[in-house]
Ligand binder design. Sequence first.
Ligand code: GRF
Length: 199
Amino acid sequence: MAVLASGRGSNFKAVAQRCTDPAYPVEIAVLITDNPSAFAVQIAGEFGIPVRFVQAGEKRGRLAPGGEERVVEVCEEFGVELVFLAGFMRVLKGPLLDRYPHRILNIHPSLLPSFKGLQAQQQALDYGVKVTGCSVHFVDRSVDGGPIIMQAVVPVRDDDDFDSLAARVLEEEHRIGPEAIRIVALGRFRVEGRRVLLG
Ligand code: GRF
């Protein structure tokens, strides 16, 4: 599997830790990042995972022209069969999606389809929902809109602020991210329209 990450890399780390269990059916072949100073790069070093860089685009949220093709090249170089977006801040629109249909997973800190995009935990607080959570979904051409593989619910407390809520959501991300990856890697799913049926 390739992991794509732009920042802190805590989801990357959670999966890398699971991968040290010989019973876990996945190996992380490469970390791909658009951000050379991402903490994820340090984590890759700790786990002995190779790192490759792609150029961020000038436009916010985009890779530089040819960037997505470069991601495909790196994935092919490492024999990648599965891709996990763990806080990757660039939208993928073409070549990678075509190369890995139903093989690219993203993790998002809300119960989709609520609160797509950035600062999802803040969006949940501002809206006043009583429960939020996180979702692992397949990536398609929409933003945060692909078929949902797994979700976890996190209650919102009256005294929550962004940090406290985001911390509890993150705990659940670290639990369902590796689990969803395991299920997809083992092929224990089928997609019927928007529904991903597990088992
Ligand atoms: C997580 O909240 C994830 O859901 C979102 O980006 C954040 C990445 O955090 N897509 P980290 O870099 O994995 O710590």
